[in-house]
Design a binder for this molecule. Structure first.
Ligand code: NAG
Ligand code: NAG
Ligand code: NAG
Ligand code: NAG
Length: 439
C-alpha cells in the first residue's frame, strides 16, 4: 500500500525529522587469517568474495553478480526476490538484441513476450538507416516508431513509448498492479471508483475505456474497486464506498485532484473533462473536513480546509499552525508541547496557535510534503508565511513567537529539510526572512 499513497502525496511516508541512525559494525577479526588467501569458498551455493579472491573470481567466471556488503551477516536475506534477479541475470548474459532471420523467427519472437521491439534495417545498402517494416503479419497490437535516419534513434523517446505500452490501456488497481501504476511515470491518473459487485457500475467501464485511448501516455486510466483492494485508498480522497461510482483525475506532480461538477460516465463526457483539466481549465478539488463545533474555543484552534484562509491570513493575528497526520509518530511526540503552547498563548489577543489535519484537508497554495510541518503566518498585509524548522519544544516555539517569527540564534537541532513542494522555493533552515513566501 505504500506506493498507492503516491495518489496521496502526503501520506507518502514522509515523516520529518527522522534521526538518521548509523550502525557501524566492526569487522570480525578472527576471520583475518583465512581472508588472506585467494581461495574461492562457497556458502549455500554463493561465492564468498573479499579483496584477496575478487580478481580470481573475475577471471574464472564470465559473469558475476556480486552483492557488496559491509557486515558479515548481510547475506541472510539471500534468496528473496530470487526470480526477478535470475531473469535479470539471464538478460545480461544473453545478447541484447537478436537478429531475426526470417518471418517465422520474427513471429516466434513476437509471441515470446508481452512486449517486444523489432528494429527494421536495410542491409546491403550501406547498412545504415532504418527501413519500413516488411509486410509481416503482426499488425495486432503493433505500434510503429518511425526513426528519422538523419537524427538517429531517440532512445529516451523509445523508452517512454515502451513504458506506456507495457501497461494495459485501462488498469485495474490491485496489489499486483499498484507498483506498475505508480512507476509508469504517466503524469496524470484518471480514476474510476466503482463497486465491482454492482453490474450497473461495472458497465461504466465501457465509456471509461473508450475515452482512454485518446490520452494514452499522458493520462493513465485506472479502475478502483471500492469494495476490494481500492477500499484502502478512499480516505485519501475523502471518500467512502457509498460515493462510488465517481471519477477523479490526479495530477501526479503535485497530487492535485480534479472532479467533475456532476459525474458523467459517457466516453464523450470523460474526454471533455480530461481535456479541460489538461488545458488548465478546471480548478483542483480540495478536500476539507467539517470544522468541529468547538474549533475556536480550545487553546489550540482546530482548522480545516474551509476555515484555514480566514484564520491563517487574518491580518490582525500572528498565527502558528501545525500541519499533521493522525498516524505520524513525530506529530504525536510533539502534541503535548503544542497543547502547552496553546495554553500559554490562549489569552494573547494577537497570537493564535492552531492545527490542521493535512490528510483530510487540502489547501490551494500550500502543499505539505512532510509531517509535521509548522508554518507561521505573521500579522499584517502581504500574506506572508514562514516555515518553522527548529526544535519542537515549548521554549523554542515561544522564543520564535516572542521574537516575531525568527529565532535569535542558531537553534540546537535543525531537522531534515523536507522535499521541495510545488511552486515554492526551499525555505532556509531557520525560517528567516528569505523563506517568506508570498502566497
Ligand atoms: C495479492 O493478493 C492475493 C490475494 O490476497 C494474493 O494471493 C497474492 O499473492 C497477492 N499478490 C501480491 C503480488 O502481493
Ligand atoms: C456493492 O454492490 C452490491 C450489489 O449491488 C451491494 O450489495 C453492496 O452493498 C454494494 N457495496 C457498497 C459498499 O456499496
Ligand atoms: C493561490 O495562488 C493563485 C495564483 O497565485 C492566486 O490567484 C489565488 O488567489 C491563491 N489562492 C489562495 C486561496 O491563496
Ligand atoms: C527545490 O527547488 C529548487 C527550485 O525549483 C531547485 O533548484 C532545488 O534543486 C530543489 N531542491 C530539492 C531538494 O528538490
Amino acid at each position: 500500500l505504500v506506493l498507492s499513497l503516491a495518489w496521496l502525496g502526503l501520506a507518502l511516508g514522509g515523516e520529518e525529522g527522522e534521526d538518521g541512525e548509523a550502525v557501524v559494525e566492526e569487522e570480525e577479526k578472527e576471520e583475518g587469517a583465512e581472508v588472506l588467501s585467494d581461495e574461492l569458498r562457497e556458502e549455500d551455493g554463493v561465492l564468498v568474495l573479499h579483496e584477496h579472491n575478487f580478481a580470481r573470481a573475475l577471471s574464472e567466471h564470465r559473469l558475476l553478480l556480486v552483492e557488496f556488503c559491509k557486515c558479515p551477516r548481510c547475506g541472510q536475506g539471500r534468496g528473496q526476490g530470487g526470480c526477478g534477479i535470475v531473469r535479470w541475470m539471464r538478460r545480461r548474459a544473453g545478447p541484447s538484441a537478436t537478429l531475426l532471420q526470417d518471418a517465422a523467427a520474427a513471429a516466434a519472437f513476437v509471441s515470446s513476450q508481452d512486449l517486444v521491439v523489432v528494429g527494421f534495417f536495410k542491409v546491403g545498402w550501406g547498412g545504415q538507416g532504418p527501413h519500413q517494416p516488411p509486410p509481416w503479419q503482426f499488425d495486432e497490437g503493433r505500434t510503429d516508431f518511425p526513426v528519422d535516419p538523419a537524427r538517429g534513434l531517440d532512445a529516451a523517446e523509445l523508452t517512454r513509448l515502451l513504458r506506456v505500452h507495457s501497461l494495459a490501456l485501462v488498469m485495474e488497481f490491485t496489489n499486483e498492479t499498484s507498483d506498475q501504476i505508480f512507476s509508469a511515470k504517466i503524469p496524470h491518473h484518471m480514476l474510476l471508483f466503482l463497486n465491482k459487485s454492482s453490474p450497473a457500475q461495472l458497465a461504466l467501464r465501457d465509456g471509461f475505456r473508450a475515452a482512454a485511448g485518446t490520452f494514452r501516455g499522458e493520462v493513465l486510466f485506472v479502475v478502483v474497486d471500492v469494495t476490494g483492494y481500492g477500499a484502502d485508498v478512499l480516505p485519501f480522497f475523502g471518500m467512502t464506498p457509498a460515493d462510488a461510482p465517481t471519477l477523479r483525475l490526479v495530477k501526479m506532480e503535485n497530487n492535485r485532484k480534479y472532479r467533475m461538477a456532476q459525474d458523467a460516465f459517457s466516453d464523450a463526457a470523460i474526454r471533455t473533462f480530461v481535456q479541460a483539466v489538461l488545458d488548465g481549465k478546471v480548478k483542483p478539488h480540495l478536500m476539507s473536513a467539517e470544522p468541529p463545533e468547538d474549533w475556536d474555543t480550545r487553546p489550540v484552534k482546530v482548522l480545516v480546509g474551509k476555515t484555514f484562509e480566514q484564520v491563517a491570513f487574518d491580518e490582525t493575528k500572528n498565527v502558528f499552525v501545525k500541519f499533521y497526520a493522525p498516524w505520524c509518530s513525530h506529530c504525536q511526540a510533539m502534541a503535548a508541547a503544542w497543547e502547552e503552547l496553546g495554553e500559554r498563548y490562549k489569552d494573547h489577543e494577537d497570537i493564535v496557535i492552531a492545527e490542521l489535519d493535512a490528510t483530510a484537508n487540502e489547501l490551494e497554495n500550500i502543499t505539505i510534503s512532510g509531517f509535521p510541518t509548522l508554518h507561521y503566518f505573521p500579522a499584517g498585509p502581504g500574506r506572508k508565511m514562514v516555515e518553522y524548522k527548529s526544535a519542537r519544544d515549548v521554549e523554542t516555539f515561544s522564543k520564535f513567537l516572542e521574537n516575531g517569527g525568527t529565532l535569535p540564534e542558531e537553534p540546537p537541532v535543525v531537522p531534515k529539510t523536507p522535499e521541495n513542494s510545488t511552486g515554492r522555493e526551499e525555505p532556509s533552515p531557520l525560517g528567516t526572512a528569505e523563506s517568506r513566501d508570498e502566497l
